[in-house]
Design a protein around this ligand. Structure first.
Ligand code: ATP
Length: 233
């Protein structure tokens, strides 16, 4: 299978302190991959490095193109979507406007995309005229996802989408993520909750101290590696 995203020997850090240490990883078109690891393993840093939000070294190929030297905006235009940690929505704007401002310049295409997001998240459709601050945490996370989908990404990078949500709302958000995945968009999902992530992703990549320590079908993940990634030092 040709990879949609292919990363080789990626190193990144903050002000000289290394966080990612020669990391390699690939994601196929339409594939959903869970990125697991303890707090501080480097999950967020990896997503940011893919987007060019933190300086990185190494080979970065997306949809057959070397994107390592491209600025963030161009990577997004090539099809990398990003939902950062912490539900970034415009609180004072309506649900519909939140989606519209994240959409393509072409009006008709944008309207189509809003329709697609509403079909995927009926809760948002029902609340399209509400201001975003009135939504529940789970609905805000869906809106954040919806905003990323408005750019028609080929790969969606999700950072801890269940963080701070009640189990019930987290379940709803994960149902939405499965729906996105089923619609054919590839997803790289950083999560601390392995059980939840594996409910949406057939494959998992386990990070520890900025390196990949296991990569394979979720069912075949060695328990020892999981335990070690979360609790070992
Ligand atoms: P978390 O679940 O806490 O987000 P993570 O696996 O996503 O964990 P990262 O956020 O990538 O981990 O952090 C990896 C390391 O980089 C940690 O040691 C963290 O303290 C450090 N780090 C993260 N952001 C910065 C920053 N802006 N400046 C300096 N160090 C940072």
């Amino acid at each position: 299978m040709t990879a949609l995203l292919s990363v080789e020997g990626l190193s990144a850090g903050y002000g000289g302190a290394p966080v990612l240490d020669g990391l390699s990883l690939s994601v196929a078109a339409g594939e959903t991959v869970a990125l697991l690891g303890a707090n501080g393993a480097g999950k967020s840093t990896l997503l940011k490095a893919l987007l060019g939000l933190v300086p990185a070294r190494g080979a970065l190929c997306f949809a057959g193109e070397d994107i390592a030297a491209l600025p963030t905006e161009k990577r997004v235009r090539r099809g990398l979507g990003y939902v950062p940690e912490g539900r970034r929505v415009f609180a004072g704007m309506s649900v519909r406007d939140n989606l519209e401002v994240a959409g393509l310049p072409d009006r008709r295409a944008r309207a189509e995309d809003v329709g697609r997001v509403f079909a995927l998240f009926p809760d948002l459709a029902r609340k399209s005229a509400e201001r975003a601050w009135r939504l529940s945490g789970g609905q805000q996370q869906m809106l954040s996802l919806g905003r990323a989908l408005m750019g028609r990404p080929r790969l969606l990078l999700l950072d801890e989408p269940s963080l701070g949500l009640s189990p019930k709302l987290a379940d709803e958000v994960f149902a939405a993520i499965r729906a996105v995945a089923e619609s054919g968009t590839a997803v790289l999902l950083a999560e601390q909750s392995a059980a939840r992530a594996l409910s949406a992703a057939p494959r998992a990549v386990l990070l520890r101290l900025g390196r990949v320590v296991a990569d394979g079908p979720a069912a075949a993940l060695p328990a020892a590696a999981l335990h070690d990634a979360f609790f070992g030092l």
